[in-house]
Design a protein around this ligand. Sequence first.
Ligand SMILES: Cc1cc2nc3c(=O)[nH]c(=O)nc-3n(C[C@H](O)[C@H](O)[C@H](O)COP(=O)(O)OP(=O)(O)OC[C@H]3O[C@@H](n4cnc5c(N)ncnc54)[C@H](O)[C@@H]3O)c2cc1C
Length: 401
Amino acid sequence: MSCGQTIIVGAGPAGMTAAIFAAQNGRPVRLLDTNGFAGKKLNITGKGRCNITNDCERGDFLDNIPRNPRFLYSAYDAFPPRAVMAFFEELGLKLKTERGRRVFPVSDNARDVTDALTRRLDTLGVKVEKARVSGLLIENGAVRGVFAPNTIECANVIVAAGGLSYPLTGSTGGGYALAGQAGHTIIPARPSLVPLIADIKDNPQGLTLKNIVFTVFDGEKRVFSEQGELLFTHSGVSGPLVLSASAHMDDRTYGAEIDFKPALDTRTLDARILRDFAASPNKSLENAMPALLPRSMIPAVLNAAEISGETRVNSVTREQRGRLLNTLKGFKINISGLGSIDEAVITRGGVCVDEIYPKTMASRLVKGLYFAGEVLDVDAYTGGYNLQIAWMTGRAAGVSV
Ligand SMILES: Cc1cc2nc3c(=O)[nH]c(=O)nc-3n(C[C@H](O)[C@H](O)[C@H](O)COP(=O)(O)OP(=O)(O)OC[C@H]3O[C@@H](n4cnc5c(N)ncnc54)[C@H](O)[C@@H]3O)c2cc1C
């Protein structure tokens, strides 16, 4: 192939999209990935179902990008979720929209997403080649090739090598080294959408709570508060709510609270407890509470309220009931930090977007160099927004080379 070609580093969602749009424009393209095949991480997204995008409007999309949303304005307008959905339908992938406007393949199989993209690449004559790109050849401020490990000459390089999370999928931060070599500033990579570490007394490991409110405090300041699903793990808490909360947090200590009964105000909950107690006055507290809480949660709650589970319901004092009520409306958890980047859904940080043209994803520092996807310092909450970023930045780079 000629040295007028484009090398794409990484065959994840961003790299595949970039390759499709570049090849459709008649550009000679080579798509390199350490794995030798496409979409290793894509195949495990959405618990194997792949939440492709979120069928939302611009404002809602940008509200779900905690860092550098303005950088994404142009890329979003050129390839918004509806256009992404049309693109996949055109590739023969049937889609459905679920709660929270989350879009999935009808087949509930993430591999079908990878296959649809790979088929399109095939028809465009682009094959994924097994190669690890270890460096860039830059001369006179312009990219001239890559080392993989032999030198491959080219006119353009699109770095779509992902972040650092789930390294077994191939996302091992190789893109940061390439960007650094080109003189780009790298905002330190940290985990986001990650479980939280907490030492919980009588931790009901494995228990999932639905429709609770999880609130995180930094001192007095409330940094996150939402209703949804939370899971207790051996090392703390996880689940959709917790992952979303982590996007607002750094790796340090925070206070957190669970409201087990968000639909009931304190007075209504107190009346409910009194009714339950009156119905079985001779039961022990731990046996009277299952109507109120899952059984495995009861020891931790009673422990926090400093009441013995063996206390007879008819001997619970007003003060004890007050403590129980406060615990049910605000079960305290001391968060000691974020889980590791290996178990994070995405990486926060990456190539500083001030050094990238937002319309084309081109480097402002080196001619012919482009970035797309998670390697950039943009990230989003859960809901299909992270893949939307990969599709639209991949497309922006692909059409620009
Ligand atoms: C468990 C899990 C579930 C997720 N679920 C969802 C979801 O449902 N919806 C959603 O929106 N987002 C989801 N995400 C996030 C989403 O997967 C990422 O945002 C997305 O994969 C980023 O795409 P990318 O192309 O930038 O990078 P990646 O998908 O990480 O692809 C990068 C590729 O580059 C290759 N590579 C790296 N370095 C080199 C090198 N030096 N040379 C050659 N190749 C290299 C890697 O092998 C890899 O294949 C999930 C993430 C995880 C971990």
